[in-house]
Design a protein around this ligand. Structure first.
Ligand code: AMP
Length: 432
C-alpha cells in the first residue's frame, strides 16, 4: 500500500512509525512531517491545510490510503476532498467532523443518542448567558462553541469567574468566531479518561484508553496545554467499564450519526469523566489524542494498516485488534515558556542515547534539522518520550531515564506523569 500521513506532530510520527512496520506497506509519505517522520517516511513540503496540493500529490502518486492526524484538516473537509478524487481517507467527512468542531452539535448528538453527559444550554447573546450563570451559580463550565484549540473552556469555581469567561469569550472574542456562541454546562466531578475507538460508520473497535496531563506544571497546576504526558492502561477505568463506555457512549453516537446521514469513520475519541454515576461524556474529538496516540500505538500488537483500511471500507465488524499486556507512559518535553511563549531555537542533543534505552521510543513534534544536521526546537511541544514495561512504575522510570539522557537546556517536562495511578499517588519527582 502507498500511504500518506498528514500532520507534523508527535501523533503523526507515531502513526508513521506504526504504519512503517506493516508488511503491507510499499511507500510512506508524511506531509509536512518532521525530522522524526523523515526517518520512517518521505516528508513532503505540503502544509496540512493545502488540500489542493495534498489531493494533487495523492492522485499523481497513486496513494491508496490517506491518514490525517490533526483535527484541522478533518474539520476543514480533507476526507471529502480526497474521496472526491477517488482516494481513500481514514477520517470523518466534514459533516461528521462537526463532532469536534461544534460543542452544540456534540451535545445534540449526545441527547439524541441518550449518551450520559453534563446538562447544558447554548447562548448566542452574552446577557442571557450571564443571567443563566447567576441563576445556576458555581461551579459551572463555560465553553466557546467552536474550535478553540482545546483552550476555549473555563471550569469556573465561582460565579465571577464564569461571568468573566463569558465576557472574554463573547465580547472580547478571545477565541474569534469560535466564541460567537457559548455552551454552559453542569460541572462534572471525577477523574478524566480518554477512550478511543476506530469506527467504520456502523461498527467500532476499541483502540484503548489513556489518561493525560493537560496542565503544564507538576501536581496538575498552571495553564492548560495540548497535553504534557499520558499513560495507559488507566487503573481507575478497568476493562469492563471501558467496554460499557464503548457500548453506552461510542456505539450510540455511531447510530445517531448514521441516522442523520453523517456516518462517522475514523478515530473517535471520547473524553470522559468517571463520575459517581458512571462515565459521562465531556467531549468528542474526531482523531487520536496527542500524546495518547503515541502510547496506544506502542501497546498495539496488530498491524495498524489493515485496521485503518477496514475502517475506510466499512469492514470493521468482526475485526479484532491484539494488544501487548504492558503499561505505557508518554512524557512530553516542551520548550521553556510553553504554553505562553515557547523559546525557539534551542539545540537538542542526546536523542540517539535516549532512544537506545530498551523499550523507549522518542517521537518528534516541534523539531527541525538545521543545515549542519543539528536538531533544534521550533515549537511548543517538541518531543514525546515514551516507554513501555510490565508495570506503570517501570514504564515511567524508563521514560524518565530516557528524558535524562536528552541534553536540551531550554526544554522542560513534567516529572510526575502517571502520579494519579501510582500506589502512593506520588507527586514527588522521581530521582534524577
Ligand atoms: P473540552 O474542551 O470540552 O474537552 O474541555 C476541556 C476540559 O475542561 C476537560 O478536559 C475537562 O477537564 C474540563 N471540562 C469540560 N467540561 C466539563 C464539565 N462539564 N465538568 C467538569 N469539567 C469539564
Amino acid at each position: 500500500m502507498r500511504v500518506l500521513v498528514i500532520g507534523s506532530g508527535g501523533r503523526e510520527h507515531a502513526l508513521c512509525w506504526a504504519i512503517a512496520a506493516s508488511p503491507l506497506l510499499a511507500k510512506l509519505w508524511c506531509a509536512p512531517g518532521n525530522p522524526g517522520t523523515a526517518a520512517v517516511a518521505e516528508n513532503l513540503p505540503i502544509g496540512e491545510m493545502d488540500f489542493a496540493a495534498l489531493v494533487g500529490f495523492a492522485v499523481a502518486n497513486k496513494v491508496d490510503l490517506v491518514v490525517p492526524g490533526p483535527e484541522a484538516p478533518l474539520v476543514g473537509g480533507i476526507t471529502d476532498a480526497m474521496e472526491a478524487a477517488g482516494i481513500a481517507c481514514c477520517g470523518p467527512s466534514m459533516a461528521a467532523a462537526q463532532l469536534e468542531g461544534s460543542k452544540t452539535f456534540t451535545k445534540e448528538i449526545a441527547d439524541a443518542a441518550g449518551i450520559p453527559t453534563a446538562k447544558w444550554e447554548r447562548f448566542e447573546d452574552a446577557e442571557s448567558a450571564r443571567e443563566f450563570v447567576r441563576r445556576r451559580g458555581a461551579p459551572i463550565v463555560v465553553k466557546a462553541d467552536g474550535l478553540a484549540a482545546g483552550k476555549g473552556v473555563v471550569v469556573a469555581a465561582t460565579e465571577d469567574e464564569a461571568l468573566t469567561a463569558i465576557d472574554s469569550i463573547m465580547e472580547g472574542l478571545a477565541f474569534g468566531e469560535a466564541g460567537a456562541a457559548v455552551v454552559i454546562e453542569e460541572c462534572l466531578v471525577g477523574e478524566e479518561v480518554s477512550l478511543f475507538a476506530l469506527c467504520d460508520g456502523t461498527s467500532a473497535v476499541l483502540l484503548g484508553s489513556a489518561q493525560d496531563h493537560k496542565r503544564v506544571g507538576d501536581g496538575d497546576i498552571g495553564p492548560n496545554t495540548g497535553g504534557m504526558g499520558a499513560f495507559a492502561p488507566v487503573p481507575s477505568f478497568p476493562a469492563a467499564v471501558e467496554q460499557a463506555a464503548l457500548d453506552r457512549i461510542i456505539r450510540p453516537a455511531l447510530v445517531a450519526m448514521a441516522a442523520r446521514g453523517t456516518p462517522f469513520r475514523g478515530v473517535l475519541y471520547a473524553g470522559l469523566m468517571l463520575t459517581e454515576d458512571g462515565p459521562k461524556l465531556i467531549e468528542f474529538n474526531v482523531r487520536f489524542g496527542d500524546p495518547e496516540c503515541q502510547i496506544l500505538l506502542l501497546r498495539l500488537r496488530s498491524d495498524l494498516l489493515p485496521a485503518l483500511q477496514a475502517a475506510c471500507d466499512g469492514e470493521l465488524e468482526n475485526f479484532a485488534l491484539r494488544w501487548f499486556d504492558t503499561a505505557a507512559v508518554a512524557v512530553v518535553m516542551a520548550a521553556s515558556g510553553y504554553p505562553e511563549a515557547p523559546q525557539r531555537g534551542g539545540e537538542i542533543k542526546g536523542l540517539e542515547r535516549a532512544a537506545a534505552v530498551p523499550d523507549v521510543q522518542v517521537f518528534h513534534a516541534g523539531t527541525e534539522q538545521d543545515a549542519e544536521g543539528r536538531i533544534r526546537a521550533i515549537g511548543g511541544r517538541v518531543l514525546t518520550v515514551c516507554a513501555t514495561a510490565a508495570t506503570l512504575q517501570q514504564a515511567r522510570d524508563r521514560a524518565y531515564a530516557a528524558v535524562d539522557l536528552i541534553d536540551w537546556p531550554t526544554g522542560f517536562c513534567r516529572r510526575d506523569v502517571g502520579w494519579r495511578a501510582l500506589p502512593n499517588r506520588a507527586k514527588a519527582p522521581p530521582p534524577r
